[in-house]
Write a protein that binds this ligand. Structure first.
Ligand code: AMP
Length: 457
């Protein structure tokens, strides 16, 4: 998964982008980058592995800037795959920041390579850069439209072509993208929290299938040149990925998660429990919703070390196991002798959860009732969430009672698919739930493993 950011028409565009990336750090922690353009032929890129805070504030200037935070699968965690991409081609610079996974990138790449294209990375996103370079269309928005014809899968993009900043969202609208304003500048960001940090106001969402261009005159041009598709916004953005202080897909993530927690409490009450707590931070709001409906006190039973990243970021299983203890510590005073409800937003491999249950019991909890604010994850995501292959997904291998046994909990309840979809703002229609339901809106990528190594953004 990734976070993207773009600014057009601000003397401090680079500084704003740097700040914006701080707020998009949760969307990608492997590498990040900023590209600054002056619109007159000069461009500079800074890319680095690690966290945005690891790098001093960039000193580059330019009224146009693009930013990217990246989070991918193991094989592609390299500096070559850090974005934004920056290349020089016949019409000037092309720069691109991408969030999502293209499902036909392998085929498109083979076709380009057969015609002589040379790729500098293993990213699916580079396919779009090559197609942009080949387009013969005059206007930047038409070049982007031409480049995106026949590209399938998930993409929210911020692109610079010379002095024009463009944004695009795939016709199914898988990944979020919003447009904001600050003085005369126009900004784009994956989430509204990145507009908040720079003091910009939210203008609107970039619509599914919409292409937007802002040229030297600062006027916003919009077009819908791509074939319309059925809306498939990623429900997991509301469940887990986005920040609760953001609005995504036009709805508050905090409100979505609280509603999920309330629904979970109705579907799977835990009447014998003494208290409820969350696995911080992504399930805090859902646990609050659960507490509200169940009438149980909400307690802080697990303390999270905020200097440790998301556990999945560790490419190896051994690394992930060690990180559970590094990342969480239970509060014995809260747990000792208690019957507790532990709310988490999802169970993927079961590794973190199993480790946590052992910690909770070790701190004296008498009963552990696990409640999950998303349904069992039974399939991989081909559209940009970094879920593992099916054989590593615990719910693809075991039944719910077997999972409960494996985790060591007294009871286990997952929200239903219908319950989840009717709890999120704008639901129940228009969401992708393929990883829960197996209802994939595209054919699986030709070679998922190859593709997933390629991007996983
Ligand atoms: P596990 O117990 O190994 O299944 O991990 C579950 C934890 O991982 C939950 O606390 C989730 O919040 C978190 N999680 C879910 N999906 C992802 C993801 N795609 N990347 C990183 N962490 C995730």
């Amino acid at each position: 998964m990734c976070g993207i950011f773009g600014v057009h028409g601000h003397p401090d565009a680079v500084h704003l982008t740097h700040l914006g990336l701080y707020s998009l750090q949760h969307r990608g922690q492997e590498s990040f980058g900023i590209v600054a353009l002056d619109g007159e032929g000069t461009a500079q890129a800074i890319r680095s592995m690690g966290l945005v805070s690891d790098m001093p504030a960039p000193t580059t200037h330019g009224p146009i800037a693009l930013g990217h935070t990246r989070y991918s699968t193991a094989g592609s965690s390299t500096i070559e795959n850090a974005q934004p991409v920056l290349v020089r081609s016949r019409g000037g610079h092309i720069s691109l920041a991408h969030n999502g996974n293209l499902t036909n990138a392998a085929e498109l790449r083979i076709a380009l390579e057969e015609e002589g294209s040379i790729f500098a990375s293993t990213m699916d996103s580079e396919v779009i850069v090559h197609r942009l370079a080949r387009s013969t269309a005059e206007a930047p928005i038409e070049r982007l439209a031409e480049a995106l014809q026949g590209v399938d899968g998930a993409y929210s993009l911020v692109v610079a072509l010379g002095g024009t900043l463009l944004a695009a969202r795939d016709p199914r609208g898988w990944r979020p993208l919003v447009m904001g304003r600050l003085d005369d500048a126009v900004l784009f960001a994956s989430e509204t929290c990145a507009l908040d940090i720079v003091g910009a106001t939210l203008d609107r969402e970039v619509e599914p299938g919409e292409l937007i261009a802002i040229g030297a005159d600062g006027i916003v041009h919009s077009s819908f040149p791509l074939e319309r598709k059925v809306l498939h916004r990623c429900v997991f953005e509301h469940v887990y990925f986005a920040r609760p202080d953001s609005h995504v897909f036009g709805g508050s993530v905090d409100r979505a998660r609280r509603a999920l927690g309330r629904r979970l409490a109705v579907e799977h009450p835990a009447p014998s429990a003494d208290l409820v707590f969350s696995v911080p931070d992504s399930s805090n709001s859902a646990a609050l919703g659960f507490a509200e409906t169940s009438g149980l006190p909400y307690e802080l039973a697990l303390i999270r070390n905020h200097y440790v990243g998301r556990t999945f970021i560790q490419p190896t299983q051994a690394g992930r196991d060690a990180k559970v203890k590094v990342k969480y510590n239970p509060v014995r005073e809260v747990l000792d002798g208690k019957r507790v409800v532990m709310v988490d937003d999802s169970i993927v491999r079961g590794t973190t959860t199993r480790g946590l249950v052992a910690l909770i019991r070790g701190a004296g909890a008498r009963e552990v009732h696990m409640r999950v604010s998303s349904p069992p994850i039974t399939g991989p995501c081909y559209y940009g969430i970094d879920t593992p292959n099916r054989d590593e997904l615990i719910a693809a291998q075991l039944s719910i009672p077997e999972i409960a046994g494996h985790l060591g909990v007294d009871s286990l309840g997952y929200i239903s698919l219908e319950g989840m979809l009717s709890s999120v703002p704008g639901g129940p229609e228009g969401f992708c739930h393929a990883c829960f339901s197996g209802d994939y809106p595209t054919p699986p990528p030709a070679d998922p493993d190859k593709l997933r190594l390629g991007c996983g953004c």
